[in-house]
Unconditional design. Structure first.
Length: 135
């Protein structure tokens, strides 16, 4: 991997916040864990630190009507580089962009987001239009 990315650029945030699209979205999370977590989770593995984040983020997801569609550990690359680029892929559905923004700007959410940062060596967060029916 050539460039480490853990936080969005200002232009990406602006594009998201300025959107008036109210359709459901799915956030595709591509995650590469640190061997050893940093920050608030020093002393455990990156995967363990992300586990802490995963447990705590559930209430915030539910609070905005979001839900995890699937979370999978990667195995072998069939098309692409031989070396595994990502450790995990998670698909998270939100009712709309505004629900996602409400969650990630909540001060209580921001307090637990340090587990995510401590866990990750690299990540991608790809906003996708949902084609799945809402429950």
């Amino acid at each position: 991997m050539s460039e480490t990315t853990l936080e969005p650029e200002a232009s990406q945030v602006a594009k998201l916040t300025e959107s008036t699209d109210e359709n459901p979205i799915v956030m595709v999370n591509l995650l590469k864990f640190r061997e050893h977590a940093g920050g608030i989770d020093e002393g455990i593995s990156g995967a363990e630190a992300y586990g802490k984040y995963s447990m705590e983020v559930q209430r915030f997801l539910e609070g905005v009507g979001g839900k995890v569609l699937t979370a999978v550990a990667t195995a072998d690359s069939i098309i692409g580089p031989e070396e595994a680029e990502w450790d995990m892929t998670i698909l998270v559905q939100y009712p709309n962009r505004q629900a996602f923004l409400k969650m990630v700007t909540d001060p209580e959410y921001l307090a637990i987001a340090g587990h995510r940062t401590a866990a990750l060596a690299d990540s991608r967060l790809i906003l996708s239009n949902s084609v799945l029916p809402q429950d």
